[in-house]
Design a protein around this ligand. Sequence first.
Ligand code: IVH
Length: 667
Amino acid sequence: MLDLQKRVNELHDLLNQYSYEYYVQDNPSVPDSEYDKLLHELIDIEAQHPEYKTSDSPTVRVGGEAQSSFEKVNHDTPMLSLGNAFDEDDLRKFDQRVRDNIGEVEYMCELKIDGLAVSLKYENGRFVQGLTRGDGTTGEDITENLRTIYAIPLKIKAPLNFEVRGEAYMPRRSFINLNEEKVLNEEQPFANPRNAAAGSLRQLDSKLAAKRKLSVFLYSVNDFTDFDATTQSDALNELDKLGFKTNQERKRVSNIDGVIQYIKKWTDKRESLSYDIDGIVIKVNDLSQQEEMGYTQKSPRWAIAYKFPAEEVVSKLLNIELSIGRTGVVTPTAILEPVKVAGTTVSRASLHNEDLIHERDIRIGDSVVVKKAGDIIPEVVKSIPDRRPQNAEIYHMPTHCPRCGHELVRIEGEVALRCINPKCQAQLIEGLIHFVSRQAMNIDGLGTKIIQQLYENKLIKDVADIFYLKEEDLLPLDRMGQKKVKNLLTAIEKAKDNSLEHLLFGLGIRHLGVKASQVLAEKYEIMDHLLEVTEAELVAIHDIGDKLAQSVVIYLENDDIRALIQKLKDKNVNMNYKGIKKAEIEGHPDFSGKTIVLTGKLEKMTRNEATQWLELQGAKVTNSVTKSTDILIIGADAGSKLTKAEKLGTDIWTEEEFANKQNEFND
Ligand code: IVH
């Protein structure tokens, strides 16, 4: 091997080792100056001999070229969230559910790190891709920024292919330093370390992200096949061995009392940590028990997040303003004397409805207790009647819409007041905002302020007008430059290609959510087919209830809506479903409907390919062997899963047998 290549390899190994000691083990063996010296040696070599620069070189820690945007990437498996528990009672109920379901369990307690979820993909032991959670299904590719985090190994200690997930965060010290610098530069400081971490990872210039001193704790493995782990505890220990940073305060406990003790300890000690936590995550430790419990649409049934009680502060209720939503619901909003709660300044909070205002005896002029529900959404908890000024006023909702003057109605069975004027401006604007939102047409850069201006300047009256916008319409708007206009028009053009379900959801048909939009798009495929549909046909579809069926038909029969759809068609907005029709896939009879586990080293295909193929056949591919596993497919060096399958009498197939079945079907 060339001497220079040898030196480059040596430098990689040394620099990786030093980062690991410093950032993962918190135990450096050399002074910083030694690291810097070697890094500069490597930077110089790469500058003179670019052929030695690789994407996993430790020089990527300082950042690279700026990007113009982040690519959107689908997660291999959705990134879910956790159900919440707020007190001991919630925790005991969770425990009861778990034990009713799977019997006695051991729990793993972990700190709930207050940062943002990331997924890291390794191929052949090298870090190749890092994504944000995004909407759980699709995330953004922030690989370049993640590579600058020293605690993320660029290369791990075994040539594995898998994905790990964890929380990227900004340590408190880095946060304080960053904000001090921001104040010095007369910039707006970040509200809290989580916002600072999120802001840093969204930097398009990874050189800037590199300056932000982020870190990460990994807490789960997305594919256990190459792991000899039967518990969450094993999995975390394996991650440690591979060189990942996991949180060392985790603790295994044998019952819910142990969980409650752990929570008490950390409620008192959380301030002593060098990073923010917002709760404790409790997980069933045994992986096969986890699998037995399974998942809901949104979260695992085998885990829960205990949230620390929200900080409560006192403020003054200065006024109550009304806001009108997309469906005409009129919501009272508290205008508060600004106060700092859980890291941000709060001056507005939803009061939900008139009943709640009276239940909580809240009057204008009162001193009130404010907190952030789930540490995010500001809420007025109650008033403090002892401190009530004499002129405090009892609040009554108006009888007419504050925007259009139409009479407000209270629909039977609902607490909310509604403006039922379909031409109410406030509702139309909210409808436009909904149309461009992420799960609808996802038009990047078309935010609330721009929509409002466009509407007020009469440039858009309905959602179709968005596709008729021209450069000269946008340029005169506030804070709009040539480049922004170009990006916006590109985003609008791109949205025309969205699959039908996005358009359906975006239209804002009452009761039609994301999931039902998907169901309808998949079933009817073309908008024109949907225009013909009857209520009876819709009700016959699983997942579609009476109320929704009626609402869809009434909406689509309306002449104004038909004209709107034509107006969209005239601009070539796609009206077809573009996804895969699940019903059309005729799966391989040996796999369809089966629960299958893969283990050991596969030689003929990657694990991802095998999983994708099996899923296309209608199989469910899971991580650990349980009673419900139908088939275990084994590659070379299969370990504990094979032993377990043998014990349970599960069908065991070699990779060879699996490949034969595939070929037989493909021929
Ligand atoms: S386990 C299915 N463990 O909390 C999701 N999450 O909704 C499994 N978080 O955004 C998550 N610390 O990013 C897990 N030790 C921990 C965690 C943790 C922080 C975050 C996670 C997610 C949120 C839960």
